[in-house]
Design a protein around this ligand. Sequence first.
Ligand code: 4HQ
Length: 247
Amino acid sequence: MHFDVVSLFPEMVSGAAGYGVTGKAIEKGLVGLSVWNPRDYAHDRHKTVDDRPYGGGPGMVMKYQPLLDAVNDAKRSQQPDGAKVVYLSPQGRLITQALLQDASTSPRLILIAGRYEGIDERFIEHACDDEWSLGDYVISGGELAALIVIDAISRLIPGVLGDEESAKQDSHADGLLDCPHYTRPERSELGNVPEVLLGGNHAAIRRWRMKQALGRTWVRRPDLLEKRELSAEQDALLKEFRNEVVK
Ligand code: 4HQ
């Protein structure tokens, strides 16, 4: 998988992506990352990348030309076919694990990180295949959104996570929230580790974890359960959880 990010703050993207799981994935050659600065494609004396909005109002709007030239260079730099161009903004489709799962099968993603009030709509219409959103809140630039997309997709690429930390075990991998986790000490002033986790009965542990994941999802994110079919075992475990809660 190759990521291209178009950003006015290229070091912010390459810097942050160099840490941890994404950093290792890039090191191993499992993930490629190129960052393109629209400033390098502005040809006037002041290297202008933004301008005042037509119709008036506060803030500035990113000009389409430096962005378009940056995207075209990005496309030319690798095999251009299969590259999907995505603009990150609050107006986009909500990013979910399913959307990222789907995107992870594409060989190449070109992510557009906007600044200021946003970018000229004609660029979005003409040069972008899709628009994605982190959620219903506003951040100061698309770089953090692009980094989140890169991080979350990298985890899905075979070989990026070790067997131990496999993405199959991630919360949301099966549409549920994660179960609680514990480590030493066994007993403490904050409370004790649930007995079942200390016993080594792996079937019982698996059932307990599934029950906790279902129960928490039911309590905290009932919307996730409505979208999802439960197996007979899961249905029984969730009923057990609900009976214990109302007690
Ligand atoms: N922004 N999900 C405005 C976001 C955002 C989001 C990125 C702020 C684009 C122009 N991006 N710029 N929410 O708030 O992706």
